[in-house]
Design a protein around this ligand. Structure first.
Ligand code: 3HC
Ligand code: NAI
Length: 690
């Protein structure tokens, strides 16, 4: 007898309830429980129809992702679903929360589906580098048609109940909070009306019209080429849906299974499954249990309305929280406010929000040039210039003004948080909240833990991150924290390589082909070379470009020249500067090097720095380093991030290549003793955890 299933009969309706926390994932126990429920229902002659419903917060959230890659245990999900579909009495899926992946597939093997108005339906397997492998690609198009199925399955989005009803995914909506009663009533009606047992597999009308229409699929591929670049799953999804259109159901399902298994066994899906769990781990801090007290954060203050302060402010406004925004001059304040307003208005123009919502958000700002207005805030985030003296001055003022218990946060990128905290009499109240630019868009929030930062602050920051839609990653204090520190070494090596004669264009292309949105030089041109080189007095290619007033895309071009359509061509001026700087520094010119070598010289040092960050305890776990790079630098998710990627390449290979490079080019490449040790022991960077 299963401990996650209960079976009851109410007025001729058999109700199978599955309650397997946290999300009713369809692991082996749950699969067996579902089969057992159906056996019971079928064995009871009084049962005229079956309602399949879940307890807890959601309907089945899909296959149990922890089972992937392990030996299969019967019944497999497809076997179970085929079994359920043999029911001779009507089966009604009663959905609350979300019916996702295998969860929606189960529902699509039932004859009818009823859901609460707050429920959602989706096939999010694409986010795990997979496709729906238990009939989803064959069944959804049979209900919603090919174009909608292509969009829903390749995006993995959660379709809200009302839309799902309109599309025919759901047959009826229940009253919120009354799903069980309404589903039983629905079942009774089906029985009373002697309504047909509708098997989705038998429906042909919505797919038949696309038989042989390869142009529809090609057009979809073309339209989404940029979005799908590098990912394997979307193409397999398109092929599976094409099979739904062209083949009889069973053949289509067999093709779906074949494509599913190929993805399942591939590195991309392994990486994306790892990322799924890695993302959920970042908020778990070994010495800060979840029940650590938190501080209430309702009113927020932000100091500095520049690039970062403005974006940071928007995060809180979006979450409906009022922000007091303080600048040093009225002029800077007005400039910052107008940028915020413009950003919102641009979102409205793109249809992402209404004009009313724009006003609502903007009205939550209390602009001020008076620090005195920060006396009542629960959290104050400083985003002023990156200069220690200025930061200390700001924190000294805050110490005098902020109320007792207020959280004092710095958005510093590189400065020593402990030194900043030392300028207050309350270092336990000081924390780093390091946002990434553009702060209203980039999902990473590094939470920087100073020597004396209170544990309650860390727990509060973790929860706050969730509230404003960010993924938190905890970092100890060091130069650059996690993401900037490990990624900066890539930029340094890119700079070294162009001086050795490798074209910036080749470097950008190789990094783009690896899966980044753009290469390091394209990125600098976009951000602005004056911003990148700020604070350094060293003569570099970038500083020389700035000296010639080449600031990147915003002024005169940078490494590239840009035409009126922003099409880039390598700049002869930049090339001349590169040659001059190389000659002045006496850098030896090298013969052309291949892609693999470029990757090794740019990305192995990132891996190496990640190993150092772990060795020093700056990051708690290898997977946190990966999430920081994926969420903060758009490191391609299908590689799993630098740590997971390094594991797939082989730590041995990386450590020995780094040693060779160190012999040739010096200590910057010297493999960290921690990396060497891990490689020798056959360990994995992605599994390091302190
Ligand atoms: N398998 C195993 N564990 C799962 C899981 C799954 N499908 N879905 C969620 N979990 C776990 C999480 O890891 C987390 O564990 P933790 O508490 O130990 O960290 C716990 O359940 C709660 O999850 P969340 O923190 O994500 O809870 P939320 O309430 O924020 O979100 C959710 C709930 C929307 C259901 C979200 O968990 C989710 O999107 N889950 C994955 C859905 C999915 O991808 N389904 C497809 C699976 S693949 C499949 O079905 C293949 C089939 O086609 C053959
Ligand atoms: P910015 O120059 O765009 O903005 C700084 C703002 O602070 C200016 O508007 C300035 O008038 C204001 N300011 C200066 N001193 C002040 C004071 N004493 N009181 C009130 N306002 C004051 O700089 P940006 O880029 O926004 O950087 C701010 C901080 O964020 C820095 O610490 C920086 O390192 C960090 N950061 C920057 C990122 C970026 O990509 N720009 C990314 C992550 C962090």
């Amino acid at each position: 007898m299963s401990d996650v299933m209960t079976f009851e009969v109410e007025n001729g309706i058999g109700v199978i309830t599955i309650d397997s926390p946290p999300v009713n994932a369809l692991g082996v126990n749950t699969r067996r429980a579902v089969a057992e429920g159906f056996d019971k229902a079928w064995a009871d002659a009084s049962v005229k129809a079956i309602v399949l419903i879940c307890g807890g917060r959601t309907f089945f959230a899909g296959a149990d992702i922890t089972e992937f890659g392990k030996p299969p245990q019967p019944p497999s999900l497809p076997e179970l679903l085929t079994y359920l579909e043999t029911s001779q009495v009507p089966v009604i899926a009663a959905i609350h929360g979300a019916a996702l992946g295998g969860g929606l597939e189960i529902a699509l093997h039932c004859h009818y589906r009823i859901a609460t108005p707050s429920a959602k339906a989706g096939l999010p397997e694409v986010n795990l580098g997979l496709l729906p492998g238990a009939g989803g690609t064959q069944r959804l198009p049979r209900i919603v048609g090919v174009p909608a199925a292509l969009e829903i399955i390749t995006s993995g989005r959660h379709v809200p109940a009302k839309e799902a009803l309109d599309l025919g995914i759901f047959d009826a909506l229940a009253e919120e909070g009354k799903l069980r009663e309404d589903a039983i009533a629905f079942a009774q009606k089906i029985v009373a009306e002697n309504a047909p047992l509708i098997r989705v597999r038998d429906r042909q009308d919505r797919v038949e019209e696309y038989r042989g229409q390869s142009d529809v699929f090609d057009a979809f591929r073309k339209k989404n080429a940029r979005k799908f670049r590098g990912f394997k799953a979307p193409e397999s999804i398109i092929k599976a849906i094409e099979a739904a259109a062209n083949l009889p159901y069973d053949d289509g399902a067999a093709e779906e299974r074949r494509l599913f298994m190929a993805l399942h066994d591939g590195v991309q899906s392994q990486a994306q499954r790892y990322v799924f769990f890695a993302e959920r781990k970042t908020s778990k801090v070994p010495d800060v249990p979840k029940d650590t007290p938190t501080r209430a954060v309702n009113k927020v203050g932000v100091i500095g309305a520049g690039t970062m302060g403005g974006g940071i402010t928007m995060n809180f406004l979006n979450a409906g929280m009022p922000v007091t925004l303080v600048e040093q001059t009225q002029e800077a304040l007005d400039r910052g406010l107008s940028v915020i307003r413009r950003n919102y208005e641009n979102s409205a123009k793109k249809g992402r929000m209404t004009a009313e919502q724009v006003e609502q958000c903007v009205s939550l700002i209390s602009p001020s040039t008076d620090y005195g207005d920060l006396g009542d805030q629960d959290l104050i985030i400083e985003a002023v210039f990156e200069t220690m003296e200025i930061k200390k001055d700001v924190f000294t003022k805050l110490d005098q003004i902020a109320k007792d218990g207020a959280i004092l946060a710095s958005n510093t990128s590189y400065l020593d948080l402990d030194e900043i905290a030392g300028s207050t009499g309350r270092p336990q109240d000081v924390i780093g909240l390091h946002f990434f630019s553009p702060a209203n868009v980039m999902p990473l929030l590094e939470i920087v833990r100073g020597e004396k930062t209170g544990e309650d602050l860390i727990n509060t920051a973790m929860q706050l991150a969730k509230k404003i839609g960010k993924t938190p990653v905890l970092s100890r204090v060091c130069y650059g924290f996690i993401a900037n520190r490990v990624m900066t070494v890539r930029g340094k090596q890119a700079d070294a390589m162009i001086l050795q004669g490798v074209s910036p264009e080749d470097i950008d292309r190789v990094i783009y082909d690896y899966g980044f949105a753009m290469g390091p030089f394209q990125m600098r041109d976009l951000v602005g070379l004056d911003v990148i080189g700020r604070g350094s007095n060293e003569k570099t290619v970038a500083s020389e470009l700035v000296a010639r007033d080449r600031l990147g895309q915003k002024k005169n071009g940078g490494y590239y020249d840009y035409d009126e359509n922003r099409k880039a061509t390598l700049s002869p001026i930049a090339m001349e500067i590169i040659r001059d700087v190389a000659a002045e520094k006496g850098v030896k010119q090298e013969p052309q090097i291949d892609e693999e070598e470029i990757i090794a010289r740019l990305l192995y040092p990132v891996v190496n720095e990640g190993a150092r960050v772990l060795d020093e305890g700056v990051a708690i776990r290898g997977s946190d380093v990966d999430i920081a790079c994926i969420k903060g630098y758009n490191w391609p998710v299908y590689t799993g991030g630098p740590m997971f990627w390094a594991d797939t390449v082989g730590l041995d290979k990386i450590a020995s290549k780094l040693s060779d490079l160190a012999d040739q080019y010096g200590d910057a490449f010297a493999p960290s003793p921690f990396l060497v040790k891990l490689a020798k022991e056959g360990g994995r960077l992605s599994e390091v955890s302190s």
